[in-house]
Design a protein around this ligand. Structure first.
Ligand code: F6P
Length: 542
């Protein structure tokens, strides 16, 4: 395989092809092929993926598949599923797919069957979840737990927080769940407001247990508990980590620590014990339904030819827009209030995975990699930011997520939601021409303002209903879309070295903010002045 993507025959052909077709309009592509809506829709894991409103022809799709073949996508998918060390810069497998394999499967890494270990941990989680749900898990004063507070950040927060909001109708109503990520004291204070410490359980989730925010919040939570129930707060603390020693240092009893493995990345860890607060919320059965949804999409990704492979098609389209159209951002708009945290979740998944400037071999990349991901819930986003999507000068490929039936509430109102999603996709694709406006009697002086260029691509992901299984399939779809892009670009999607320098500097600056700090500041002049100004402003206050 050629190292430099631009040197591959497939990439060159795509460039020529792009020059040929970039003047085509979706209006014509759709008018010329009445079967396009059906032909360019694929289904898997109870999810349909409609990519008929994309700026592609059959030839484009063929060339993208050739590119995937040249970059050995199928072989690399197989390598990931086999447990090969696909996280090259950290020299580890990336085996999130093993977290949701059925008990009957086996993946051996360094002589250990990781699926067996996964199920041992899942069984422990299931038993714990049922104990909390039944009131059998009691706090220091003997009272059952009524609120579970998840303390974690990034992948140790976004997955459980997003999935909890998404699946609320399926959760135990006798229990409350809160999620605290920020080291800003306001976050923990807000989450614990009104709670009775005697009935509160904190789940401290951190793969490394070295994350400043989570450790700080765990200590603050201990103090909050101890002030109410006394020094022995162990019944109120549960841990999830790959670093057992650090969990013990935080005072979490070893029997209450759930295990993670170094081959699970934070942003793909929801199916591990990182999802324990969600497992308590959904119950063991509900959590396993979520895993089954993930697994169904995993199986599809691993075994379906690229022509009908949903995550692969989506990833190849992302490469097409980023590399050939220069699209700098991509957006996702779920038409479901319950999925309002999904854009934030996908931001971490895509941007932490694909925001890379060197290839696996450590050479500078020669094409643009990960796009900026953003989004919001539909229909709210329509009334706030869609103007730019319709008439702005920037191309933003857009994913719309729609469900055919509501989880809660009347069908009629849900239909209004879906109507809006379909209307946006249609308006973005077809636009409105000056002639159409003239025919409609629009005054001439406003016509150019009201012309809608159209030709703006959308995918529509449609499932029958938002359930644990469909949510699992949807997240796995995005995980594998990310893997597809990374494979084409030849980058490592499983590391995140870029976040380290800021953590290091924060650890150095934190003591410098202490009023007792007496040493010289040895940063650059801008940072020195900033720290100095902060201290002056802070200390001048009452
Ligand atoms: O700083 C980035 C990061 O390492 C993410 O990749 C991760 O999800 C998050 O921090 C939390 O890490 P941990 O689970 O180790 O606390």
């Amino acid at each position: 395989m050629a190292e430099d993507l631009r040197e591959t025959a497939a990439w060159r052909r795509l460039h020529w092809h792009h020059a040929d077709i970039r003047h085509l309009h979706l209006r014509d592509l759709l008018a010329d092929d009445p079967t396009r809506g059906e032909r360019l829709t694929s289904e898997a894991a109870a999810l349909s993926f409609d990519y008929s409103k994309h700026l592609v022809t059959d030839e484009t799709l063929e060339l993208l598949r050739k590119l995937a073949a040249e970059r050995e996508l199928v072989e690399r998918i197989a390598a990931m599923f086999r447990g090969e060390r696909v996280n090259v810069s950290e020299d580890r497998p990336a085996l999130h797919v093993a977290l949701r394999m059925p008990r009957s499967r086996s993946v051996v890494v360094d002589g250990v069957d990781v699926v067996k270990e996964v199920h041992e941990e899942l069984d422990r989680m299931g038993a714990f979840a049922e104990q909390v749900r039944s009131g059998g898990w009691t706090g220091a004063t003997g009272r059952p737990i009524r609120t579970v507070v998840n303390l974690g950040i990034g992948g140790s927060d976004l997955g459980p927080a997003m999935a909890y909001e998404a699946l609320r109708p399926y959760t135990a109503h006798s229990l409350a769940f809160r999620f605290v990520a920020n080291v800003d004291p306001a976050d923990l204070a807000g989450a614990t407001e009104g709670l009775d410490p005697a009935e509160t359980l904190f789940v401290v989730v951190s793969k490394t247990m070295s994350t400043l925010e989570t450790k700080t919040n765990a200590r603050a939570a201990r103090e909050w508990l101890a002030a109410a129930v006394g020094d022995d707060v162990s019944a109120h603390l549960v841990g999830v980590t790959a670093n057992m020693d650090a969990a013990a240092e935080l005072g979490i009893p070893p029997g209450q620590v759930f295990r993670m493995w170094d081959w699970v990345g934070g942003r793909t860890s929801l199916c591990s014990a990182v999802g324990i607060s969600l497992a308590v919320a959904l119950g063991d059965e509900g959590f396993r339904e979520l895993l089954a949804g993930f697994h169904a999409m995993d199986e599809h990704f691993a075994s379906t030819p690229l022509g009908g492979n949903l995550p692969a098609i989506s990833g190849l389209l992302a490469v097409w827009y980023r590399g050939l159209f220069g699209a700098q951002t991509t957006a996702v708009v779920p038409y479901a209030h319950a999925l309002r945290v999904l854009p934030a979740y996908l931001q971490q998944l895509e941007m932490e995975s694909l925001g890379k400037g060197v290839t696996e071999a450590g050479e500078p990349v020669t094409v643009d990699t990960g796009a900026i991901v953003w989004g919001g819930e539909g229909t709210n986003a329509q009334h706030a930011v869609f103007q730019l999507l319709h008439q702005g000068a920037t191309l933003v490929p857009l994913d719309l997520v729609v469900f055919a039936r509501p989880t809660e509430g009347p069908r009629e109102r849900h239909d209004l939601l879906a109507a809006n999603a379909f209307a946006q996709a249609e308006a973005l694709a077809l636009g409105r021409t000056a002639e159409e406006l003239e025919d409609a009697g629009v005054p001439e002086q406003t016509i150019s303002h009201r012309v809608m260029p159209g030709n703006r691509p959308t995918s529509v992901l449609l499932a029958e209903r938002l359930t644990p299984a469909t949510l699992g399939a949807l997240i796995a779809f995005y995980e594998h879309r990310v893997f597809t892009q990374a494979t084409i670009w030849g980058i490592d999607p499983f590391d995140q070295w870029g976040v380290e320098l800021g953590k290091e500097l924060a650890a150095r600056i934190a003591p410098e903010l202490d009023p007792e700090w007496k040493h010289e500041l040895l940063h650059d002049p801008s940072t020195n002045a900033l720290i100095d100004r902060y201290r002056r402003v802070r200390d001048a206050g009452p």
